[in-house]
Design a protein around this ligand. Structure first.
Ligand code: C2E
Ligand code: MG
Ligand code: MG
Ligand code: MG
Length: 284
């Protein structure tokens, strides 16, 4: 009897595995198709100046389009694409699409300071990013000084000893660099001084419980001071309340991003709601 139970447990377990593998295969072929047939979309989340309230630009965040349904977020497919290597092709598409869109906005007379794009640790590890970005910038004509790359601390650790050199190569393209999800990784503070970065993005997990949580309040304040002492810009992610916004502004944080202003939105919506109206530009 025990034996039979054991066998049936094994049978169920293995059916689960088969089902999981099938689901995974289905997802992978869906992602393959999306890459081939233009099934991905970029959404744009405004970056807001904490001093003036001005919209400085946006972080571009990828989505998988779904017919007659809400798009699928990156948490569902980026890990799979990092695993099977498709992330390289996705990254190339993301960079090209954001530069194309940004150039179109500039040509239409819209003004903004920057568009930011994420680079996954796996893209960093696989290499070729610097050459790829150089090509995309040249091809699209998007001004590099308005382009920001976000890399996490774990992304930088992929390059080990080579991380500083890698960042300098990126910087030599004339773009800006931000450390994403700052505070969640293990980067040593002495490294920070050697990295040619422009900005620290404080992870949402530290912002969530502000201003009540004493240790998060202390940590956030410390990161803001650290950034200012190093001459870096500092942005807070995931700001949802006016209280959080006031807390951050009072401590000298430069920029915020979060639902308080807007979630990530499709490009048409971003253009309409957040980009300054074009100058009467048609005149030339
Ligand atoms: P991230 O770069 O830290 O992006 C910020 C995430 O926080 C976004 O989730 C954004 O929608 C979410 N968020 C912003 N404000 C708020 C808020 O006020 N409340 C809450 N609850 N959430 C907020 P999303 O779009 O799901 O992206 C998740 C992660 O996926 C990103 O984290 C980034 O690591 C990765 N990712 C997104 N797009 C790309 C991409 O094009 N390429 C790569 N390699 N990774 C990407
Ligand atoms: Mg980011
Ligand atoms: Mg982030
Ligand atoms: Mg984050």
């Amino acid at each position: 009897r025990a034996k039979r139970d054991g066998r049936s447990i094994f049978r169920y377990y293995s059916e689960d595995l088969t089902r999981a593998a099938n689901t995974r295969l289905a997802l992978e072929s869906r992602l393959r198709r999306a890459l081939d047939e233009g099934g991905f979309r970029m959404h744009y989340q405004p970056l807001v100046c904490l001093r003036t309230g001005r919209i400085l630009g946006a972080e571009a965040l990828v989505r998988l389009a779904v017919t007659n349904g809400p798009p699928v977020g990156p948490g569902e497919f980026i890990p799979v694409m990092e695993d099977n290597g498709m992330i390289v092709e996705l990254g190339r598409w993301v960079q090209r699409e954001v530069c194309r869109q940004g150039k179109a906005w500039l040509d239409a007379g819209y003004q903004f300071d920057l568009l930011a794009v994420n680079l996954s640790p796996e893209e960093v590890r696989r290499g070729g990013v610097v050459e790829q970005l150089r090509d995309v910038l040249a091809e699209t004509g998007f001004p590099p000084e308005r382009f920001e790359i976000e890399i996490t601390e774990s992304g930088l650790m992929q390059r080990g000893e080579d991380a500083v050199e890698f960042m300098h190569q990126l910087k030599s393209l004339g773009i800006r660099l931000a450390i994403d999800d700052f505070g969640t990784g293990y980067s040593s503070l002495s490294y920070l001084k050697r990295f040619p970065v422009n900005k620290l993005k404080i992870d949402r997990s530290f912002i969530m419980a502000l201003p009540q949580d004493q240790s998060d309040a202390q940590l956030t304040t410390t990161i803001i001071e650290l950034a200012r002492n190093l001459g870096l810009r500092v942005l807070a992610e995931g700001v949802e309340t006016a209280e959080q916004q006031r807390f951050l502004a009072a401590r000298g944080c430069d920029v915020y991003q979060g639902y308080l202003c807007s979630p990530p939105v499709p490009p048409e919506r971003f253009e309409q709601a957040f980009l300054a109206s074009p100058r009467a530009a048609a005149t030339g």
